[in-house]
Design a protein around this ligand. Sequence first.
Ligand SMILES: Nc1nc2c(ncn2[C@@H]2O[C@H](COP(=O)(O)OP(=O)(O)OP(=O)(O)O)[C@@H](O)[C@H]2O)c(=O)[nH]1
Ligand SMILES: [Mg+2]
Length: 512
Amino acid sequence: MWSIPYVRLLLLLALLAFFTGLLVWLIQSFLDLYYATRYHPILGGLLITVLLLLLLVFVAASVYYLFLFHRPATSSSGRKSATSQRPSLPDSAADKLRLTRQNLAQLEAQMAQIQDQVARAALAERSALLAKQLARPQLKVVVFGTGSAGKTSLVNALLGRRAGAVGATLGTTEAATLYEWALPGIPDPVQIVDCPGILEIGPAGLMRESEARAQAEAADLLLVVVDGDLRQSEVDPLRQLMALGKRALLILNKIDRYTPEEQQILLQHLRERVAPLIQPQDVLMACAAPAPIQVGSQTWQPEPDVAVVKDRIQAVLYAEGGSLALDNALLQSQQLGETAKQIIQAQLRRQAEQVIDRFQWIVTGVVFANPIPAVDLLAIAAINAQMVVELGSVYGCTMNLQQGRELALSLAKTLTGLGLVEGAIQLTTGILATVAEVSVVGFLVTAPIQAASAGYLTRIAGKSFIEYFQRNQSWGEEGIQAVVKAQVQSTQKSGWLQDFVREASRRIFQKG
Ligand SMILES: Nc1nc2c(ncn2[C@@H]2O[C@H](COP(=O)(O)OP(=O)(O)OP(=O)(O)O)[C@@H](O)[C@H]2O)c(=O)[nH]1
Ligand SMILES: [Mg+2]
């Protein structure tokens, strides 16, 4: 059979021959025309120019198609299709290494901005570990799965010794345990990590699960152990790990509990469930600690059978170990950068919220002290201008009061355009009516209503500005209105206004 690249080459040659013939014919025709018109002052030159242009187009098109032909075709089989959900990484080892180092350097700068010492120390520890790993790569195989699936039994069987305690109850392995494992054909000893089980209930179970997940995230190769069909609650963490770019083998353990027919059905079913995250050849069966068999009055203890799993691990690490380690280091460095970014964002948000908090109370106090018949957005915008400047400085954007005023005014116009002023008055009137201490009768109530509405609108404005600064001083594709509406919805959903009105009536209105 002819291979596809060979057919493509033939097709390309045929096309080239056809177009060359066409070109020769064209040149001949042009030459004839040229000879016929060569003494004409304009037509002769024009024909030569057209001919040259045509030649240029032909050469450019040929170069382009030759380049396309030589580009490596993306394989539709093998690991690529199984990992279609993996993040894309550069091809060359040097690029991966360079990017990882770059990310680690960036992380240093990010860590310097983090105020929370615990979070900073945790990041520093992970980053130091990764740097050490880069300096002296050692492959890490992590055994992951639900409690009692037989993870420790599998580790023991692979190592050929009783390394970890095995037990029928959930939670036998309480902390991740690392063993060195010399595998034939793999230059350095591999690290194999036995994890506590996931999906166990209670605070201790949750703690153990988070440790198992952290280990899994650092794995070069994951062994996901199950002892039956996969539950949806098991598929979800698997999907998350695959999305992080993890390479995994799925091990159906305890196959001595099934007949050969049942084993095949289960295996087939599992292969379908995890496709395309895990390739069929990476879904394997094992019998890590077979139950003893009673033969008459005798008890016979069969040997563990994990040879298929061991062979596959060896083959994967042999063929892909180097690139798996580099991919893993790069992915981990990206993830650390992302975590640091989130911590910094949360920290900035907290600082920004404090600014908003302060201004919402200033505005409420000022409006309460100077009640006027209608909410005066212009007056509020004048105070909010300072809030915008302070919020900008939290996010590293220096702006003067005039710029702050312009932004505050444009937001005030949006609030009016969306009918939020009337909305705020209605909402606060309703809530104030339920706050027994404040009289809702007559003109007296105007001041609290105006004041609480102004405080609420200031908060909406402030939260909208957080979005604006977080997006590098942009309202995003959907514009200022969409941002404001989203803030209104989230503030209403949180029940913040009720608490605020109650607090305001206690702190300000009753004293007024
Ligand atoms: N029949 C059978 N039982 C097995 C097999 N592998 C493990 N077991 C049993 O399953 C139970 C749990 O085994 P462990 O290896 O402790 O399981 P684990 O996944 O490490 O459990 P945790 O550490 O609690 O999360 C033990 O009673 C084992 O004897 C197997 O291949 N066949
Ligand atoms: Mg265990």
